[in-house]
Ligand binder design. Sequence first.
Ligand SMILES: [Zn+2]
Length: 451
Amino acid sequence: MNAKWILSSQERKKLRRKRVLRTGLTVVALIGLLSYFITTPAQRKPVPTETDIVSVPTLMSQPVQVDTLSAKEILVGADGLAEEAVDHIIVHRISNGDTLSTIFDQLGVHSVMYQVLAADESLLALDVLRPGQKLTFTFDDDKKRLLSMELFIHPGKQVLYSRFDDNNFGYEEIIHPGVWEQQLIDAEISGSFYLSAKRAGLSDLETAIITNLFRDHLNFSRDIRAGDRFQVVRSQQFVGDEFTGQSRIEGVRILRRNREHTAFLFEDGSYYDAKGESLARAFRRYPMSGQYRISSHFSPSRRHPVTGQVRPHNGVDFAMPTGTPIVSTGDGVVTRVMNHPYAGKYVEIQHGSQYLTRYLHLHRILVKRGQTVKRGERIALSGNTGLSTGPHLHFELHVRGRPVNPITANIPMAASVPKDKRSDFNHLVEQLVAVMENGSHKIAALDTSRQ
Ligand SMILES: [Zn+2]
């Protein structure tokens, strides 16, 4: 429990604004039916644990005037407004059936939605709106011009989209590390593993991650019998007293009558058995066979040539003809199959608890959400959908919630824990097994320095 909720001036301002909102605002409930942006169920993603405010304004490629207010100046103005005239702020709590499109329609600023979506292209946070999440819209004096929109994803993560000129919005991620609390789930299997896991409180994604971990070693429908046990050490993130919905599987033991299967999450993001042998096959570096020219490199702080604003490129672009087969770079679970006006048709795959990949501008998608895929399995055909200057694949690799350069990143390649890391790993296994042996009353705070 060593992480603290450190407030920056930005967050303090937000809190102040929230207090004002609490006292003065009515929540506007809007019901929408038809649109493209379908409300999707929970999608879990590892969240970085460091206190961090990432400021990454983005903009579209259209020419813009540079001599307008900066996002910061507008924000200061917006906060001033918030304390004097709260009717310029509209809070919308997302309910079933809501879509971004219907919400913007109701507010009468439909065209602005595309400017916000353009800003979100490199983050894609607005594609997973869930009931209960909150959107806060801040307008100018005339209530006509949208100055900013904040998406409250969960208590540990918000995204603020702010206007910085007539045509463009930027974004800022606000991340509260909170604390990760470890718990043991220990249950006997009766019926299928899936149902037993669900009864014990594991989510569908967690269950899919676990079955995927052992897929080469254990057939869950054939090998598992009533009376077998499973133990899962799971960490969940809390900010204050609130659960953020983010969780991480730290260790698993499946105790069959005459065999034991284990998986432990090590510092490299990979799962190994108790002997230190990797459970998942190593990642592959490229999501296609054959060599294709890199048409745009990974660049988290790329500057726009006209405005000088930072416009991150969170992936790498490979120029390739439409229809080129695209494969998953690792074993995983498909967490998103979407169509975005700028990112085009895209697929997101979660690999264990720590890794995630995205494949954008696809022509055709060959997998469904919730499906498990193997490394090298064909998931799509490349294309030119969304806002794209030519046929190419935009490929992203995220580690613990952050995009990294897929060409140079350290990705799990080793089949076993390296020799010089063995004693660290053995120590970790001892700790996790102790939690499993000592039962659920023993709840230990996770050592966050490992992150
Ligand atoms: Zn790209």
